[in-house]
Design a protein around this ligand. Structure first.
Ligand code: MG
Length: 275
């Protein structure tokens, strides 16, 4: 069988044809206690593969106090104030969000949720709490995520004493840019995200004029500094841009782990293109 395929490949190459390659299963490897992949594409202009376990881990920085339980500014759009999820929808059905609201928290369950309202450039404040005691390891410990415009994820994971591939750790632009620091609090403690997101701009023919960018503080520690996304974030592939509307819903991920959320609000902050 191998010989036949090699022969066919030779013929295809002579004819400048592309043959479908046999589908191979992703091969997870563990390096120095970190599970990841090196059979994935290389990051553009980088020597690291997507989800490369050899990529250096973000340095641990113990956070101080910051914006936990901060009240929203007067002009904020409050997306969750502890009472209900009426500002959110279930991603699959478009019906009511299926997360559990209890004790002033929304706990992830059953599926992703997205906002009924669309947003472009925003300031976002959000608080989350990882399950205690922790369960699972690597990407399976307290995984969720904030997807700006439903496409561009900054990772939420319990990375307190839990190592995973750097581009998938908390504060990372998933699969693309690791966080500048690991500022995770212990599971069971509330963490804050304060983010400035700029939507990508597309030209009249769908060409990318400027990428999506994120500045993010995790517990008051900068984890992204006006970092560009390479496109929509995804598992095992580098980012790629596909033109889309200038405003889209904000999405919170359900990744089989019950992560609690509270105090979620946004403010539109149009990025001024001209000086
Ligand atoms: Mg995630």
């Amino acid at each position: 069988m191998k010989k036949i395929f090699a022969g066919a490949a030779l013929l295809a190459s002579a004819l400048h044809l592309t043959l479908a390659q046999p589908v191979s299963k992703p091969k997870e490897i563990v390096l120095d206690g970190v599970a990841g992949f090196q059979d994935t594409p290389l990051q553009p202009e980088s020597r690291w593969h997507v989800h490369d376990p050899a990529r250096p881990q973000p340095p641990v920085v113990t956070p101080g106090t910051f914006s936990a339980a901060a009240t929203p500014p007067g002009d904020a759009t409050v997306l969750f104030d502890g009472k209900d999820l009426t500002a959110w929808r279930d991603r699959k059905t478009g019906g009511p969000a299926l997360w559990t609201v209890t004790d002033g928290m929304a706990v992830s369950a059953k599926g992703d949720i997205l906002t009924a309202q669309n947003f472009g450039d925003i300031q976002l404040h959000l608080e989350f709490r990882e399950p205690a005691p922790p369960a699972g390891a690597g990407q399976s410990r307290g995984n969720s995520g904030i997807f700006f415009m439903g496409l561009y994820e900054v990772q939420i994971l319990d990375c307190y004493s839990n190592r995973t591939y750097a581009d998938g750790s908390t504060g990372g632009l998933y699969g693309q840019h690791p966080a500048l620091a690991n500022a995770c609090r212990p599971p069971g403690d509330w963490s804050t995200y304060d983010c400035l997101f700029t939507a990508p701009r597309f030209g009249a023919h769908g060409e990318l004029l400027s990428p999506a960018t994120l500045t993010a503080l995790l517990n008051g520690v900068a984890v992204q500094n006006h970092q560009s996304f390479r496109g929509a974030t995804n598992w095992r592939v580098p980012g790629r841009y596909t033109p889309h509307a200038s405003e889209l819903p904000l999405l919170l991920q359900y990744h089989n782990n019950p992560v609690a959320f509270r105090n979620i609000w946004v403010r539109p902050i149009p990025h001024v293109q001209e000086p």
